[in-house]
Design a protein around this ligand. Structure first.
Ligand SMILES: *Cc1c(COP(=O)(O)O)cnc(C)c1O
Length: 363
């Protein structure tokens, strides 16, 4: 079936190994983030073979899938702050969750008490990116709330970067995180094992050797899945970029003017399109669209092909300079970025094919 997403599990494992090895040298454990793949158990299993300490995902539904297929032995982390209402499911499905609200901590403690188990929490601090986390002055009171009962265990503190504000991790803001961990430990007497220093964007500091020593953990998705550092989009040394490839079929091939004819208002998504008149061009339509790609982008494997745009169900391509022959029915390959991967894995219209997966881990 097409469109088809090909998943190279060997690449996922090799990239996990590369990231884990680089981090281990600095005493940092890596949690493999599966949310870009809808919590795919085969991808998770490949990350685990590559040596990650556990698997992390933003959605309970994805954690449920990982738990069901991979079993009790795999440590799971919930990345997105839970709502108080989700507390029972959270302590059931995840060993550890990221948190920033006292009310939610109380709900988690109550849910853990009902089960007679301990749930670990990592408290998030907002160090400037302005997504989740308490502001630094509010961290100690939140830690005190986490330490109040006996059913929560305060594993440590963490921060996230480059997700909303685009603020990148630096030796300075990660040292601030390290100092906050010391402050929480001295003021509450807690023994903080974890200083969770961010996502794939922190790997740049690992490579430069400038990650503060106090950082003990990173939560890494994109660098393992796509072999790229998200803040620059650049390939990460030692990783491969061929983990995911999407194949779509050509359903129309015509020579057409590169500019529209008629008066232009807005396109299917409310944008006002702009065009460069390049005269008559060989133009292909591929059967893949925004429904499968979301806000993501594709890079054609054939470097002579250019993606001109997409509507819900069509990808519009300039194939005038394609290196390969393009016909109606041709299958064209593209490399997705993270946004496209997220959507492709989520779309029920996209077939998933797994390459070189070892047997025994069903999707
Ligand atoms: C998604 C996410 C990550 C992983 O981000 P990557 O850039 O894919 O490495 C880490 N931490 C949190 C809280 C996240 O939501």
């Amino acid at each position: 079936m097409f469109p088809r997403l090909e998943v190279n599990l060997e690449t996922v494992q090799a990239n996990a190994e590369a990231v884990v090895t680089a981090c281990r040298r600095r005493g940092v454990e890596v949690w493999g983030v599966t949310k870009g793949t809808l919590g795919c158990p085969r991808v998770g299993a490949s990350m685990l073979r590559g040596g990650v300490a556990g698997l992390a995902d933003s959605r309970l539904g994805n954690l449920e899938r990982l738990r069901r297929k991979l079993g009790r032995g795999v440590p799971l982390m919930l990345l997105r702050l839970p709502s108080p209402r989700q507390a029972d499911a959270v302590v059931e499905l995840a060993e550890v969750s990221l948190n920033s609200e006292e009310e939610t901590l109380a709900a988690l403690a109550a849910a853990a008490a009902r089960r007679g188990i301990k749930h670990e929490v990592i408290l998030m601090v907002d160090l400037g990116d302005r997504r989740e986390g308490v502001l630094p002055p509010d961290l100690v009171p939140l830690a005190e709330a986490a330490l109040a009962g006996k059913y929560l265990s305060l594993a440590g503190i963490g921060a996230n970067f480059a997700c909303y504000g685009g603020v990148i991790p630096t030796p300075a803001n990660l040292s601030e995180l390290a100092d906050l961990a010391v402050r929480v430990a001295t003021e509450t007497g807690a023994d903080l094992r974890v200083v969770s220093g961010g996502n794939s964007t922190s790997l740049r500091l690992v490579q430069e050797g400038s990650l503060p020593e106090a950082v003990t953990q990173l939560r890494v998705g994109e660098a393992i899945l796509l072999g790229r550092e998200p803040s620059t989009g650049e390939a990460l040394a030692g990783t491969r970029q061929d983990g995911f490839r999407v194949i779509a079929e050509v359903i129309e091939l015509k020579r057409k003017p590169s500019s529209p004819r008629g008066s232009i208002a807005r396109d299917a998504f409310g944008r006002r399109p702009a065009f460069v008149d390049r005269g008559l061009r060989a133009r292909a339509l591929a059967a893949l669209g925004v429904q499968d790609l979301g806000a993501g982008q594709l890079v054609p494997e054939d470097e002579g092909i250019a993606v001109l745009g997409a509507s819900s169900d069509h990808l519009i391509l300039d194939v005038t300079e394609a290196a390969g022959t393009v016909r109606v029915g041709s299958r064209l390959a593209f490399f997705p970025n993270y946004g496209a991967l997220l959507a492709l894995m989520t779309s029920p219209h996209v077939e998933k094919r797994y390459r070189s997966g070892r047997k025994g881990v069903p999707a």
